[in-house]
Design a protein around this ligand. Structure first.
Ligand code: F6P
Length: 354
């Protein structure tokens, strides 16, 4: 191995730069391997947009949010958009370019889509190692993905801030957080922030149970309520709320919840949709450390020629698992698990009447 490429694909996530830095440092310092950064995910391999990553060029990136290599969720080389809604398979051009650029292997840092592309390229003979990334924490192969705890910290701070304004105005505050079809961010931030009601995709809600909870708290003298709702939550027998149905972009369920309960409660309701602030900005220390461990482990896998593998954390150990297994197993909140049970014991309602 002489030269390794690193790319980031899919949505960004706090900690990407920490992975790039750790992987590049380990490759350069421990294995004397040259490193190039590929711009804009796999697209950079089609346009041959690469930059040398040296110890100097990666200096200072550890605490920075985003990704210095930029990213996209539209650069799938197997279905590359060529205009008018048409797509082309450009994978053979990509493979030719990898050889022309003298790249002997690629570390792909990304979510589900990126991992699937990495697996297909690996099957076509390109040496690939993967690092999982998502604030949603919805991959079963790893206990945590980096970025998740930063997103939870941002969402928890939002819950704290909503508490004081809710109590001052006697209001019901509904906070919508990200997470796609997994309720991890809502559940963690809801427990950490002391929410009264948490609504997650894994436990469909009934509006009457939210109303009961609000009225019950009112009888006990509580003049406000905090509801944290995951963007993928839905009513019993209902549908997810989409900002854009065609691309399945989730969003807007908080307004649905507000409409569901407005008639039956006396308090005013206000909605906050937290959005991409959960993904931006500096990673917290936990994510910087996890990202650094993942980056180092990915470099070690390259040096050991263990391709087709993805790094993961299990307990306190960094391990590797076949990319193929990782992409096929999502991880959702267990409605009967300890976290949900803890929340229920704390008096938090999931809108399911239990
Ligand atoms: O997967 C990460 C995530 O932030 C989800 O929580 C959210 O649904 C989605 O990406 C938003 O995607 P985009 O950045 O394309 O709007």
């Amino acid at each position: 191995m002489q030269r390794i490429g690193i790319l980031t694909g899919g949505g960004d996530c706090p900690g990407l730069n920490a992975v790039i830095r750790a992987a590049a440092r380990t490759l350069i310092r421990d294995y004397d391997i040259d490193v190039v950064g590929i711009q804009l995910g796999f697209e950079g391999l089609l346009t041959k947009s690469c930059v040398a990553l040296t110890l100097e060029s990666i200096r200072g990136i550890l605490p920075k949010g985003g990704t210095l290599l930029r990213t996209t969720n539209r650069g799938n080389p197997f279905e590359f958009p060529v205009g008018d809604g048409r797509c082309e398979d450009r994978s053979s051009t990509l493979i030719d370019n990898i050889h022309e650029l003298g790249i002997d292997g690629v570390i792909a840092i990304g979510g589900d889509g990126t991992l699937k592309i990495a697996q297909r390229l690996c099957d076509m003979g390109i040496p690939m190692v993967a690092v999982p990334k998502t604030i949603d924490n919805d991959l079963a192969a790893t206990d945590y993905t980096f970025g998740f705890h930063t997103a939870v910290a941002v969402a928890t701070e939002a819950v704290d801030r909503l508490h004081t304004t809710a109590a001052s105005h006697d209001r019901v505050m509904i906070l919508e957080v990200m997470g796609r079809n997994a309720g991890w961010i809502a559940l963690y931030a809801g427990i950490a922030g002391g929410a009264d009601i948490i609504l997650i995709p894994e436990i469909p809600y009934q509006p009457e149970n939210i109303v009961k909870m609000v009225q019950g708290r009112e009888r006990e003298g509580a003049n406000f309520d905090i509801i944290v709702v995951a963007e993928g939550a839905k009513r019993v027998g209902g549908q997810e709320a989409y900002l854009d149905k065609a691309t399945r972009r989730l969003g807007g369920i908080a307004y649905q919840v507000a409409a569901d309960i407005a008639e039956q409660i006396d308090l005013e309701i206000r909605v906050t949709v937290l959005g991409h602030v959960q993904r931006g900005g500096s990673p917290i220390a936990f994510d910087r450390i996890l990202a650094s461990r993942f980056g180092k482990a990915a470099a070690d896998l390259v040096a050991q020629k263990k391709f087709g593998e993805m790094v993961a954390v299990r307990g306190d150990d960094i391990v590797s698992v076949p990319i193929r297994d990782a992409v096929s197993r999502p991880k959702y909140v267990d409605p009967d698990g300890n976290l949900v049970a803890t929340a229920r014991s704390l008096g938090i309602s999931f809108g399911d009447g239990r």
